[in-house]
Every structure is written in structure tokens, then in C-alpha cells.
Design a protein around this ligand. Structure first.
Ligand SMILES: NC(=O)c1ccc[n+]([C@@H]2O[C@H](COP(=O)([O-])OP(=O)(O)OC[C@H]3O[C@@H](n4cnc5c(N)ncnc54)[C@H](O)[C@@H]3O)[C@@H](O)[C@H]2O)c1
Length: 373
């Protein structure tokens, strides 16, 4: 493998670490057409960025993301920064001809998302939006069961993404609780994952009705005093799909005891599937094809070599974890950059997802059903 693809990453904390690991693992476990090179790490805190770079093997560091995205020796810009920066970073990097690996939520709103899509299209670069859960082998199995018709006509999507890290009112303020940095609360943060999975597995959303809540209006600031929470704390959406299916999505950071429960259920005329990220190697599958006396949900462990991605790792039954779908995305992204199959979700998916979330915000504000688009 002689070709190299040199990466600049912006952001060195949670997603910075997950992405670094993804690039490294992809190179070790997949047959890639090019070698990803961890070239440049960018962050606001120079010492922390240097420590991050040393730990993961990034060659250089900088505090200036505009310099990072403009450098001639960079092929890929990996955006792992807070959401309010995604638009400016993606547009500047696309203009410099860089391929884009971008964290979710894609942007603050659909207007920004449209700008990002237009910039990537105009530059002819690969634009990937990291909804990592599409790349769990069990989710891929659900997709195959839907697409092959084994579930029949899809009637229902029931999604929920529940966390509890805000259930304590003393949890301090952070950027995720400010509208100008995050674009919203769990509605956009967790809801973007849920809507992406719903669109991936069931199809486009035609209309939405949404209710949101804010439970704690002020939180302690790290330096003392209190700061106003300006985002939603929970959001419940009712989804009307173009196919006629009816769905729901419930997202919250106040589901006491639920740490990171990203779950969905799909019910069709011939069968059903259920997934829960906290048991991410498993898919619950019900089929009406089974003899009537033996029907019931069965648990499929999606670790067989026949399950997407699973054969790249360990023997059957040797389960994978949260970090693995990041490696799957990195590998597929390198393939796409090297003229392999296009990678999804792409920036067009990012816009479509933001349009649903924007419509839902409007629904919550105006207290009415809103059509998407
Ligand atoms: N795919 C997922 O499931 C998932 C999970 C968590 C977060 N995210 C998304 O990833 C993004 C980053 O979130 P995080 O949790 O890693 O945040 P974080 O707060 O842990 O890290 C943010 C990083 O951005 C850097 N940064 C901030 N402003 C910068 C600037 N002006 N220039 C350069 N660097 C800057 C900081 O130095 C820091 O390293 C967000 O969009 C978030 O929604 C996605």
C-alpha cells in the first residue's frame, strides 16, 4: 500500500480520541487502498493538544484550525469540534479541496447544512457525516432484513435515545447546554442519531409533531455562579414516514439509570426487529415465517463472519464495542476517497436529517404538525 492519505483532526477530546482510535484500527484490521496518516492535531489548549498527539501518534499540532484545513500536505479534515464550528470548518476545508469526515449533529440548523452540502459538492470532495451507529453489525443486519422484505410492509418505527447525565441538577454547565454552541439539546444531539437511523432503516420522514421540555433552567458554572440552560432537555417526536409508516422518537438526558440507551424497534407485516446499543452485538428478530407454535423474538448475535464488518475482528461470539463502528467508518471513508463505493451517511443525508429536526423544532414552538422540506 504505497498511497497515503494525510489527516488533520480538529478536536482532541471525546470524539478526537474515538476518531484517532478509528483511523489506527482501520489501518490494522481492514485491507485499505491507502494508508491513513495521523498528520496534524488541532485544539484550543496547546498542552492538551500536544499530550493528545503524543498519545495517539499525531505528527504535529496547531491551535489554528484555519491553518490546518488550508495546508497543502493534508488530504482529509476530520471535524471533531463542537457543533457551532462544523459549518465554517467544512466550508473552508472543502474550498481547500479536502475530503471531510464530520461529526454529528451535522450543523446548527438546515440552512448551515445546505451550505456545507453545496461546498462539498462544488469541490467534488467526499463528505461523510459520522452517524456511527449505522455501522454496528447488528444494525446492518436490521437493514438487510428490512431491505430483503423479510419484515414485510413496515408499520412502525419506535426509537429512543436516553441518557441520564443531566438528571442531577448540580451537573455543571458545558457547551452542550448552550444553543449557540450546540444548536439544541438532546433534540439535535441524540435526535440526529435517531432520525438518521429512522431514515436509514424505514425511509424519509414526511411530517413531524414534537413536544419538548426544559427541566433545569440554570446550572452551576465551573468558575462559580449559575448559567442559563438555553437548549431543550428532552424531546418527543411523532414521525409520519413517506411510506405510510408511523413512528416515534424520544430523546432525553434525564432518563435516570439509562447511560447511553440508543434503541429502536421496527414492526412490519411479516416480522420485527429490536436493537439496543447497550447490547450492541445483538439483534432481536421476530419472524412470522417460523411455525406458529415456535414464534417469538430470538436473539441473533451479530458476530458471524457473514455479518457486515464482524469478520474483520474476532472469531464468532467474540463481541465488539462502542469504538468499533468508528473504525468501520474510517475504513469505508478511505475506500470512498480512493474511488471505492460512496460512503453514507453523506452531506445530503446531513441536510435531510437537519430538515426533519428543524421541522420538529418548529412543531414544538408552534404547537402543530409540520411537514418536512
Ligand atoms: N458520534 C457520536 O456519537 C458523538 C458523541 C459525542 C460527541 N459527538 C459530536 O462530536 C463533536 C465534538 O464533541 P466532543 O464530545 O468530542 O466535544 P469535547 O468538548 O469533548 O471536545 C471538543 C474539542 O474541540 C476543540 N475545539 C473547540 N473549539 C475549537 C477551536 N476554535 N479550534 C480548534 N479546536 C477547538 C477542543 O479543544 C476540544 O478538543 C460535537 O459535534 C458532538 O456533537 C458525536
Amino acid at each position: 500500500m504505497s498511497r497515503q492519505l494525510r489527516i488533520a483532526i480538529i478536536g482532541h477530546r471525546f470524539m478526537g480520541r474515538a476518531h484517532s482510535n478509528g483511523w489506527l484500527q482501520a489501518a490494522k484490521f481492514f485491507d485499505l487502498p491507502a494508508q491513513p496518516v495521523l498528520a496534524l492535531a488541532c485544539g484550543r489548549d496547546a498542552d492538551a493538544t500536544r499530550a493528545f498527539a503524543d498519545n495517539w501518534g499525531w505528527e504535529e499540532t496547531t491551535g489554528d484550525w484555519r491553518e490546518a484545513v488550508a495546508r497543502d500536505d493534508i488530504d482529509i479534515v476530520d471535524i471533531a469540534s463542537p457543533t457551532h464550528l462544523h459549518r465554517d470548518m467544512a466550508v473552508a476545508a472543502a474550498a481547500a479541496g479536502k475530503h471531510l469526515f464530520c461529526e454529528k449533529p451535522f450543523a446548527l440548523d438546515a440552512a448551515q447544512a445546505a451550505e456545507m452540502l453545496a461546498a462539498a459538492k462544488a469541490a467534488g470532495v467526499v463528505g461523510y457525516l459520522n452517524h456511527n451507529y449505522r455501522r454496528c453489525p447488528a444494525v446492518r443486519l436490521a437493514k438487510q432484513l428490512v431491505d430483503s422484505g423479510e419484515l414485510g410492509r413496515i408499520y412502525h418505527w419506535r426509537g429512543s435515545y436516553q441518557q441520564d447525565w443531566l438528571a442531577d441538577p448540580e451537573t455543571p454547565m458545558r457547551w452542550q447546554l448552550k444553543q449557540e454552541f450546540a444548536g439544541g439539546g438532546p433534540h439535535i444531539d441524540l435526535g440526529s442519531h435517531g432520525i438518521d437511523l429512522a431514515r436509514y432503516l424505514v425511509g424519509e420522514v414526511a411530517a413531524v409533531t414534537c413536544t419538548q421540555a426544559n427541566f433545569v433552567k440554570e446550572r452551576p458554572l465551573p468558575g462559580g455562579g449559575g448559567g442559563e440552560v438555553t437548549v431543550d432537555d428532552a424531546s418527543i417526536m411523532s414521525l409520519e414516514f413517506e411510506s405510510g409508516a408511523l413512528g416515534s422518537l424520544e430523546v432525553t438526558r434525564y432518563a435516570t439509570g439509562r447511560k447511553n440507551r440508543n434503541a429502536f424497534e421496527i414492526y412490519g407485516s411479516e416480522g420485527a426487529v429490536c436493537f439496543d446499543l447497550e447490547r450492541m452485538n445483538e439483534l432481536q428478530f421476530f419472524s412470522k415465517c417460523d411455525p406458529a407454535t415456535q414464534q417469538g423474538f430470538r436473539t441473533v448475535l451479530a458476530t458471524d463472519p457473514g455479518h457486515d464488518y464482524a469478520g474483520r475482528w474476532w472469531p464468532p461470539g467474540h463481541i465488539i464495542g462502542y469504538e468499533h463502528p468508528f473504525a468501520h467508518a474510517a475504513a469505508d471513508f478511505i475506500d470512498a476517497v480512493c474511488d471505492g463505493p460512496p460512503i453514507t451517511p453523506d452531506f445530503a443525508d446531513g441536510l435531510a436529517c437537519m430538515q426533519v429536526l428543524d421541522a420538529a423544532n418548529r412543531s414544538a414552538r408552534e404547537g402543530r404538525r409540520v411537514e418536512v422540506g
